[in-house]
Design a protein around this ligand. Structure first.
Ligand SMILES: C[S@@+](CC[C@H](N)C(=O)[O-])C[C@H]1O[C@@H](n2cnc3c(N)ncnc32)[C@H](O)[C@@H]1O
Length: 329
């Protein structure tokens, strides 16, 4: 597979969007009078082209989110899939998925025959992992990036047990009331309207079904999220957990010298300039500024800027949280 390219046309389009709130990591403007269809469409087009580019070139293993580390959860996973980290991964991204599923008040054995949807399923590795952990469930992923969905289907799809579809979180391509559980892993920060997303989740969930969501929150995004949560009358919010310590523990291990991430990146072939830019961009994309592990030299800041990740300097993530909701009507 080709090297990971830190810059591309999609990234430039994202940086050109008119309002700062339309940019990646600051999206989520709610459904109020400030919602602008045209700006939202531009933001989504830019976001899908960025993830198309990443999906076409990503070669650093199954890590598309910041991950989570919790020794008890790790033990629980290893009881189900022994040595799961020997399958070419550091395991942190999978643990974040496992945490997200385990917050739903169902036992793993109860998933047999249940329908699970992941909104924002990316390259599909996380949902594939959950389908191995919770066997017998029917798992569907949906993502706005066509290339990510093609890659996920090519690698992982298994008939009705596991499939991936192109679609928008704000207009889900599924019938009403068909899913028992919806999960959302580090994706909601990109949606121009959280209100539209919550409405769509409530529509596709069965009554009594659950939404389990994890994401990184800037101050702006946390305010938007808190304001939008009560606006969707069909969802009752059951839990709000600050999981910053467990996520930070994973990020720090990834940023440490000799980590799986650093070793994988070192094996990539690229020019010295791309290596510098790519390293700082990659570290920012995987949470280093959140844990204080990002370099603050002018070169590092410039690298984040040209990688489209200057936002991590301008609007830092304050907290990493989990939310659980159920469909009530
Ligand atoms: C940081 S990645 C996380 C992917 C995956 N959940 C994981 O943890 O590996 C965010 C994903 O959300 C998807 N996404 C962004 N906006 C979306 C939207 N409006 N509808 C569906 N997917 C979207 C992106 O294409 C990308 O695949």
């Amino acid at each position: 597979m080709a090297e990971t390219k830190p810059t591309a046309k999609g990234m430039q389009n994202l940086n050109r969007l008119s309002k700062p709130t339309d940019r990646l990591h600051l999206a989520g403007t709610g459904t109020g009078p400030d919602y602008d269809d045209q700006e939202a469409a531009k933001a989504k087009a830019a976001i899908s082209s960025v993830y198309d580019m990443i999906a076409a070139t990503w070669s650093l293993g199954d890590l598309w989110n910041w991950g989570l580390y919790d020794p008890k959860l790790l033990q629980e996973v290893e009881e189900i899939i022994p040595d799961f980290t020997s399958f070419g991964t550091d395991g942190f991204s999978e643990l974040l998925y496992f945490y997200t599923l385990r917050q739903v008040p169902l036992d793993i054995a109860d998933y047999r025959g249940k329908r699970v949807l992941e909104v924002g399923s990316g390259i599909g590795a996380g949902l594939n992992f959950l389908s191995r952990v919770a066997g017998g469930a029917e798992m569907s992923g949906v993502d706005i990036s066509k290339t990510a969905v093609e890659r996920a289907n090519a690698r992982y799809s298994r008939g009705e047990a596991l499939s991936y579809t192109v679609g928008d979180a704000e207009s889900l391509p599924f019938d009403d009331g068909v899913f028992d559980v919806v999960i959302n892993v580090e994706s909601s920060h990109s949606y121009p309207s959280l209100g539209n997303f919550f409405g769509e989740v409530a529509r596709v969930l069965k009554p009594g079904g659950y939404l389990s969501l994890v994401d990184a929150f800037t101050e702006h995004r946390a305010n938007t999220f808190n304001k939008t949560m009560p606006e969707c009358a069909r969802l009752e919010w059951l839990a709000d957990n600050d999981i910053s310590p467990q996520v930070s523990a994973a990020v720090r291990q990834r940023m440490a010298p000799g980590s799986y991430l650093r070793q994988s990146f070192a094996k990539q072939r690229m020019s010295p300039l791309k290596r510098v830019v790519g390293k700082h961009g990659l570290m920012a994309a995987l949470g280093a500024p959140f844990t204080g592990d990002a370099s603050m030299t002018p070169l590092a800041k410039w690298s984040r800027k040209v990688s489209g990740l200057a936002i991590s300097d301008k609007a830092p993530v304050r907290t990493y949280r989990h939310y659980l909701a159920t469909r009530v009507s």
